[in-house]
Design a protein around this ligand. Sequence first.
Ligand SMILES: [Zn+2]
Ligand SMILES: [Zn+2]
Length: 296
Amino acid sequence: MWGCRGSLPAPSPDTVRYGGNTSCVELNVDEDIVIVLDAGSGIRPLGRILAVHRPQAIHVLLTHLHLDHLQGLAFFLPFWSDDIELHIWGPSSPNYSLATRVASYVSPPLFPVHLSDVPSRPIFHDVPDEPWMIGSALVARYPVVHQGPTLGFRVTADDRTLAYIPDHEPSLGVDLRQLEPDWISGYRVAEGADVLLHDSQYSGEEYGSHAGWGHSSIDHAVSFARAAQVERLLMFHHDPGHTDMELESLRDEAQSLWTGRQSPVLAAEGMTLRLEQAEVSIDPPAEAAETLAMTE
Ligand SMILES: [Zn+2]
Ligand SMILES: [Zn+2]
């Protein structure tokens, strides 16, 4: 987990436990292929490690093009390497290609170099409608309720499934507890997943003044996860204004609402999830920090 902050990087002495970098999750299924979910500012430190380990191919999957999910791409070392195969997948648009839309950020005046001059010459793909394979991982994408075209990703390998919906407002205009699961936005992404990384941006009180902004309250995240019958909820896309202590009180609230077996936890930068064992295990951030230090 390289970044789990929402909206804007939030480095501060008050955010060290859960981290200030925006959305980026590395998935390791095959030896030589790395899947990266979103290119928020967390992709920058990941790039330092991948530049040393040099996988055969890197596949970056973008849920959508809001800056907090894209801003790290131009600072990702493999982006500047001409001998790593770099694929970038994202939502399609009837008007502009994915490359054209990414270039609106990676080009002057917002960035000094134009996308067409980037040495890696990334291969851009609109995500297909049907599930597809990346190495031995089966990837499926479904549109979810947020501002603008946005996807949730469901990745399955070795019978284990991770669902990733960082930006999501499934409760917009509806009561999740009253709705048939099939009618809930994102249900097909998360249904029965071993782990769900889900938008948990607001407290219930904050949501009142942010309805329609595209994000969930803690209550919504828990209701969604329960409706989708996921094994484990990881609270993700932390509000940039929330300190570590405030996040922990939101986690306590989520745990008090949870009726499943394994209580919700806060996603933290540097955390590692292991899905290959019978039960999902979570390694705390310290190990990743050590790995990063070793590359220096
Ligand atoms: Zn976001
Ligand atoms: Zn967004």
